[in-house]
Design a protein around this ligand. Structure first.
Ligand code: SAH
Length: 186
């Protein structure tokens, strides 16, 4: 996983004003008031997903595409959803231009998930969710995992493992801070 992170050129995902900071372990602004996650957080969430090459993964919050690139680098078949049209447009053309090719980038509301390709081996939410989106749990395979920062101003990093159609094992991996997961696309 660290190998995948070291291969992704983080500076290319950042606005020119921040390029000198690209390899610091900090979050930075991208357009539309959003942030590119801190490398530690990307590594942490990716590790919690425990993906294998070829796994079908759904990401909520495409943003800059940095987390998406790490997942592609690890051989995930990736579906990723973004609610801000400007970011969706920018990242949909940027990622393929540096040879990262998610199966599909979707402009939509991550609370709904993406039923067309469900069920998923893993779901990764990269915005702070006020509640656990029921649709996402339904779109997980049995034995699939969802990694989600849950909470309002501070989030708890939770991992849901689906053990049967309506049973989950839930683990808590401590406090993080994310931009909020908001309803409906804009
Ligand atoms: N994974 C991104 C993180 C970006 S920050 C990266 O590596 O850069 C979180 C992103 O989640 C923002 O782009 C925000 O617009 C998006 N987001 C927030 N609520 C959402 C929702 N309901 N559906 C889809 N995307 C959402």
């Amino acid at each position: 996983m660290l190998d995948a992170i070291s291969k992704v050129p983080r500076h290319m995902f950042m606005d020119s004003g921040f390029i000198d900071h690209a390899y610091q372990d900090k979050a930075f602004p991208i357009s539309s008031g959003q942030t590119i996650s801190q490398p530690f957080t990307v590594a942490f969430q990716t590790q919690l997903l425990q993906i294998k090459e070829g796994d079908k993964i759904l990401e909520i919050g495409t943003g800059s595409g940095y987390q998406a690139a790490v997942l592609c680098e690890m051989g995930a078949k990736l579906y990723t959803i973004e609610r801000i049209k400007e970011l969706y447009r920018k990242t949909s053309s940027f990622l393929p231009s540096i040879s990262y090719n998610p199966k599909k980038m979707i402009y939509g509301d991550g609370f709904k998930g993406y039923l067309d390709e469900a069920p998923y081996d893993g779901i990764i939410v990269t915005a702070g969710a006020p509640v656990v989106p029921e649709n996402l749990l339904l779109q997980l395979k049995i034995n699939g995992k969802m990694v989600i920062p849950l909470g309002e101003s501070v989030q708890k990093m939770l991992r849901y493992k689906k053990i049967s159609t309506n049973e989950y094992d839930i683990e808590d991996f401590g406090d993080f801070q994310f931009v909020p997961m908001l309803k409906d696309k804009i």
